[in-house]
Design a protein around this ligand. Structure first.
Ligand SMILES: Cc1cc2nc3c(=O)[nH]c(=O)nc-3n(C[C@H](O)[C@H](O)[C@H](O)COP(=O)(O)OP(=O)(O)OC[C@H]3O[C@@H](n4cnc5c(N)ncnc54)[C@H](O)[C@@H]3O)c2cc1C
Length: 145
C-alpha cells in the first residue's frame, strides 16, 4: 500500500500563503486533526485487513474450511484498501488524482477488486449461508472469543 511518508510527508504541508499573504509559513498536515484522523483510520484499516488475512491463512494451514473467511476477506480487504487510498488522494489534493503519482491507478485497482474476485454481494450470500449452516450442523463458529 502507498505509504504516507518520505517526500510526501514534506508535501503534506499546507501553504497558507493564500490565506494571509505570508510566504513560507507552512504546517505539516500531520499536525492537523482531520489528517490525524485519516492516519489513525488508515492504520486501523491496514492492521485489520492484515490480521484477517493472517487468521485465514492459519485456518487454511490447519486444513479447515476457510471459504467463509476467504469471502469475508474478499469483501473487507479491497474495501479497506479503497478507503486508505482515498484518504491518501484527499491529502494530496489535485496531485492525488493526477497521473504523476500512483494513487489514481491504485484507486481504480481497489475498486476493480470488488468485482474481479467475485462481486461483494455474492461473497455476502456465501457468508450468510455458511454461518447459519455451521450452527445447524451442530458446529459453532470461532469468533476468537
Ligand atoms: C480486472 C478484472 C479481472 C478479472 N479476472 C477474472 C479472472 O481471473 N477469472 C475469472 O473467472 N473472472 C475474472 N473477472 C470477472 C469477474 O469475476 C466478474 O466481472 C465478476 O464476477 C462479475 O461478473 P460480471 O462482470 O459478469 O457482472 P454480473 O454477474 O452481471 O454482476 C453485476 C452485478 O450484479 C450484482 N450481482 C451479481 N450476482 C448477484 C447475486 N447472486 N446476488 C446479488 N447481486 C448480484 C453485483 O452487484 C454485481 O457486481 C475479472 C474481472 C475484472 C474486471
Amino acid at each position: 500500500m502507498y505509504e504516507l511518508r518520505g517526500p510526501d510527508v514534506a508535501g503534506f504541508r499546507h501553504d497558507d500563503q493564500a490565506l494571509d499573504g505570508k510566504r513560507g509559513t507552512r504546517w505539516p498536515l500531520e499536525t492537523k486533526q482531520f489528517i490525524q484522523g485519516f492516519i489513525a483510520d488508515s492504520y486501523i484499516d491496514i492492521h485489520s485487513a492484515r490480521l484477517m488475512t493472517i487468521r485465514c491463512a492459519e485456518i487454511m494451514e490447519q486444513g479447515l474450511d476457510a471459504r467463509t473467511d476467504i469471502s469475508a476477506i474478499k469483501i473487507a480487504v479491497p474495501a479497506a484498501m479503497h478507503r486508505v487510498v482515498d484518504r491518501a488522494i484527499q491529502v494530496h489534493g489535485a496531485l492525488g488524482v493526477s497521473s504523476e503519482i500512483p494513487l489514481e491507478g491504485m484507486d481504480r485497482g481497489a475498486r476493480t477488486l470488488r468485482l474481479a474476485d467475485g462481486p461483494d454481494e455474492v461473497h455476502k450470500i456465501l457468508i450468510a449461508q455458511n454461518v447459519p449452516s455451521a450452527y445447524r450442523n451442530g458446529e459453532s463458529w470461532d469468533f476468537g472469543l
